[in-house]
Design a protein around this ligand. Structure first.
Ligand code: ADP
Ligand code: ZN
Length: 619
């Protein structure tokens, strides 16, 4: 196999006018722009500023890459993660585009080379960290070099409201003055209106055109279950994703380590990732995740931003995420390539208590704590809804969705509801009668008439409410309290060690003025979960028989090439392109070019290798 690993000549003539659509076709091999990509590109090619608010997977990279290739000069790309810059630069190089990254890991010789190509105008893209781009040294280095545009990726990092605030982003507002007349773009997948406003204000993009689309991710199937036997539940979920890659999020570093170790004993290849690990090891695990085809990465939320692996097929949460925004971002890392993907969460009351304690125990001011508590309740409401999850998630971001998406657990297997007014009154009475001083565990002991050391010591066994809830099992009472919490009828007082307190709205329930509907919890044990996710299943299921065989052979070739180049396989070709190879079976170079994802440079580099595989698999 002959591989061309570098080429310095520009792929296409940088002199004549460059048309965005022909750049898209020649360089990327894509037949058409998607959604509002074309509008963004037109705006920036014409010299305007843009704020691009598209969900993950919508194709934000092309929004700055194509205009930069159409305009004269080098495109400056601000990106927060050095470890990922390398992959992005590599991906551009594979497209025949001249890209480099400026970061502290650059050797002296490499730096001299980079400066030389910059001075000679032989660079299409320069990736740079936010702290670097604002230094006088960088401005001096740019000198009179022509700048095509400045793109600020992961722009939500500028906002303290966001979940990934980075102080280094704060000074980026200065770029407007330092590079007058250069179009600037901010790009992010944040769906939170508050953060969006903040981005515009802080980056001085008030006059920019804002481009936004729906934040729905239709290819992602949502499922949220009550945590019962978490490891078995996780295994049952993962069994639907054999041979695929995904992420399992845990709250603590210790749980990350334990879970990852345990998964390996279960025959699932897994690596841990958290901020407490040595940097080198962490980066090595991230790299393995990007380069391997079938790896379960168990991580804390420290992992994920900027990961552009397109074929993350699943995301599982073993603990409640920080907020709906965080949940959306974390689950959003699945299915960037648009193929069916599944996200799954197991949660329980302990999570709610634990998170609440983290909020209240922190040193943030009261206002921030109140916002955080409201965020927690919003998330809980999504977990406990009997309606469509997608609708509830999008509603949180102010977007209306008709519901009945057909691709979430509650739509696929509608949950039954029951009139829980009487149960709610009993549950609230238990809170009230015991003086709003106890957590759910004790309250349920009281309701179910459990005579133990505590119920006896506090004299609760003598109360009328003691045993008043014997008609329902403990599990149902747990669910009742979660739903009362989600409905804002009680709150957890973390200063009082997780005691439940009544909210004013509870009064209407006591007076029979408010009816309470509860969702019926599903029986647990693997089975129910399996049914719900059956539809989403394996992304490759679309392929059958001979096509599947060919696809596997193509995957093997892709892996060989990727290894030789030391790049992730998707940098060679994404799965979507390989699937098209396997079903359409192009047998000439021309036919290959007709497949989405095959541009000129990749055709030259490894088109023949793939043609050989396809030809050897003739039907
Ligand atoms: P984002 O940054 O918005 O999350 P990416 O830029 O990573 O999304 O794009 C997601 C995937 O979609 C990538 O594999 C990309 O190559 C592909 N893609 C983007 N735009 C197009 C298009 N117009 N046609 C085909 N594929 C596209
Ligand atoms: Zn739904």
């Amino acid at each position: 196999m002959e591989l061309m690993t570098s080429r310095t000549d520009p792929l296409f003539d940088r002199e004549g006018a460059r048309n965005p659509l022909s750049v898209l076709k020649q360089v990327y091999g894509y037949p058409a722009f998607r959604g509002k990509q074309a509008d963004v590109v037109a705006q920036v090619v014409a010299g305007g500023d843009a704020v691009v608010l598209f969900p993950t997977g919508a194709g934000k990279s092309l929004c700055f890459q194509v205009p930069a290739l159409c305009r004269d000069g080098v495109g400056l790309v601000v990106s927060p993660l050095i470890a990922l810059m390398r992959d992005q630069v590599e991906a551009l190089k594979q497209l025949g585009v001249r890209a480099a990254a400026l970061n502290s890991s650059l050797g002296r010789d490499e730096f001299v080379d980079l400066r030389r190509s910059l001075d000679r105008g032989e660079l299409d893209f320069l990736y740079v960290t936010p702290e670097r781009i604002v230094t006088p040294a960088f401005r001096e280095m740019i000198g009179n070099t022509k700048i095509a545009l400045i793109a600020i990726d992961e722009a939500h990092c500028v906002s303290q409201w966001g979940h990934d605030f980075r102080p280094e982003y704060r000074d980026l507002g200065r770029l407007a003055q330092e590079y007058p007349g250069v179009p600037r773009m901010a790009l992010t997948a944040t769906a939170d209106p508050h953060t969006r406003e903040d981005i515009i204000a802080r980056l001085g993009l008030e006059d920019a055109t804002v481009f936004t689309t729906s934040f729905d991710r239709p290819n992602i199937a949502y499922e949220i279950v009550e945590r019962d036997q978490p490891r078995q539940q996780l295994l049952s979920f993962l069994s639907r994703h054999e041979g695929e890659s995904g992420i399992v999020y845990c709250l603590s570093r210790a749980k990350v380590e334990e879970t990852s170790e345990w998964l390996n004993t279960q025959g699932i290849r897994s690596l841990p990732y958290h901020a407490g690990m040595e940097r080198e090891l962490r980066d090595a695990h991230q790299d393995a995740f990007l380069k391997e085809e079938s790896l379960c990465l168990v991580a804390t939320v420290a992992f994920g931003m900027g990961i552009d692996k397109p074929n993350v097929r699943y995301v599982a949460h073993l603990d409640l995420p920080g907020s709906v925004e965080a949940y959306y971002q974390e689950t959003g890392r699945a299915g960037r390539d648009g193929l069916p993907s599944e996200v799954w969460m197991a949660y329980g009351m302990v999570d709610v208590i634990q998170r609440g304690r983290m909020i209240d125990g922190g040193n943030a001011g009261d206002d921030i704590k109140r916002v955080e508590r409201a965020k927690l309740n919003a998330l809980l409401a999504i977990c406990e809804t009997a309606g469509c999850r997608r609708q509830a998630i999008l509603a949180h971001f102010g977007e209306t969705h008709p519901g009945n998406c057909g691709n979430c657990d509650t739509c696929l297997k509608p949950v039954e509801t029951w009139d829980g007014t009487e149960a709610a009154i009993k549950a609230l009475a238990a809170v009230y009668r015991t003086g709003e001083r106890f957590g759910t565990g004790h309250l349920i002991d009281v309701l179910t008439g459990n005579e133990n050391e505590r119920t006896i010591r506090f004299g609760h066994v003598d109360m009328p409410v003691f045993g008043a809830g014997r008609d329902l099992p403990t599990r149902t009472w747990q669910s009742v309290y979660r739903q009362l919490l989600a409905a804002g009828l009680v709150r957890v007082d973390h200063e009082a060690f997780g005691a439940l307190k009544l909210e004013p709205e509870a009064r209407a329930v006591f007076r029979h003025e408010r009816q309470v509907l509860f969702r019926k919890d599903r029986p647990t044990k693997g089975k129910a979960a399996k049914n719900a996710g059956a539809r989403a299943a394996n992304a490759r299921n679309a392929l059958e028989g001979a096509d599947m065989e060919l696809f596997e052979a193509l995957r093997a070739t892709r892996m060989e090439i990727a290894k030789a180049l030391s790049v992730p396989p998707y940098v060679v070709f994404p799965d979507t392109t390989l699937i098209a190879f396997a079903t359409e079976r192009p047998t000439s170079r021309d036919a290959l070019l007709g497949i989405s994802g095959v541009g000129q440079a990749k055709l030259e580099r490894y088109g023949d290798d793939f043609l050989a595989v396809i030809r050897s698999h003739q039907r």
